[in-house]
Design a protein around this ligand. Structure first.
Ligand code: NAD
Length: 256
């Protein structure tokens, strides 16, 4: 039971971040939702989540491409017992044509922000005497694909930073691990389906099975509930000695 704990989940007004936020709220944690927008619907989402699970939920805007805002997110949260670094974007292009500003943005949002949030959250966890850091990496944190240079570099970087964080907290009741999902059907992946269909001349079903899930032997997506449940497990006492490692949820992708 995570009652009395505060969980900050970056990039959580959609997709995996929201799925993990729902699972942590369901386990009793108070939740801070985040994204770079500041729309009525972002704050409404926080109200709905709070009402559904009977926990305190706030939405804090912060653009994680900026280090100061990533640090500001944790400072404004005021407490951070559970930190889930999840925000991410994707860009697919060969290296010579890869837009430089996209490279910079992906590294900032998906790698540097993890450093910044962790730097501010660790002293809070130490003061509270307990902490959990869950970094959402990817099968692409362990394996590469062509044309995803920034994404693969950032996700591999997150796995490295996860190990360092675990070693720096090894003797404390704080753990840091990386979740490495294969494909999960979220807006980020949904957006790749029409392009894939057009590029290969396939229908939706074929595009999913033959192209998108080509490397996922289960031929099935991981679900938000599975990711959320794994995050809750990592916050439990059973997982207290699990630190500095990766948990693959990829239907066998990295077994190959
Ligand atoms: P998504 O697009 O649904 O969610 C991404 C979240 O990040 C959104 O809430 C978005 O608002 C937020 N975000 C983007 N830029 C931001 C910024 N500058 N500042 C703050 N927030 C920002 O995508 P998703 O599939 O849920 O992805 C979540 C994470 O999971 C990402 O790190 C992604 O790389 C990773 N992942 C996804 C899959 C998959 O198959 N969907 C697989 C492996 C890993």
């Amino acid at each position: 039971n995570l009652k009395g704990k505060t969980a900050v989940i970056t990039g959580s007004n959609s997709g995996i971040g929201l799925g993990i936020a729902r699972a942590l709220a369901g386990a009793g944690a108070d939740v801070v939702l985040n994204s770079y927008t500041d729309r009525d619907e972002d704050h409404a989402l926080a109200r709905e989540l709070g009402a559904e699970f009977g926990v305190a939920v706030r939405y804090i805007r912060a653009d994680l491409s900026k280090g100061a805002e990533a640090r500001g997110l944790i400072e404004e949260a005021g407490a951070c017992d559970i930190l889930v670094n999840n925000a991410g974007i994707q860009q697919v292009a060969p290296i010579p044509e890869f837009p430089v500003e996209k490279w910079d943005a992906i590294l900032a949002i998906m790698l540097s922000s993890v450093f910044h949030t962790t730097a501010v959250a660790l002293p809070m966890m130490r003061a509270a005497g307990w902490g959990r850091i869950i970094n959402v990496s990817s099968a692409h944190g362990l394996r590469a694909s062509p044309y995803k240079s920034a994404y693969v570099a950032a996700k591999h970087g997150v796995v490295g930073l996860t190990k360092v964080t675990a070693l720096e907290t090894a003797e404390e009741p704080i753990t840091c691990n990386a979740l490495c999902p294969g494909y999960v059907l979220t807006p980020l992946v949904e957006a790749q389906i029409p392009d894939t269909m057009a590029q290969y001349g396939l229908d939706r079903e074929q595009a999913i099975r033959q192209v998108i899930l080509e490397r996922q032997p289960s031929k099935d997506f991981a679900t938000l509930e599975q990711l959320g449940g794994t995050a809750v497990f990592l916050c439990s006492d059973h997982a207290a000695q699990i630190t500095g490692t990766t948990l693959s949820m990829d239907g066998g992708w990295t077994a190959k």
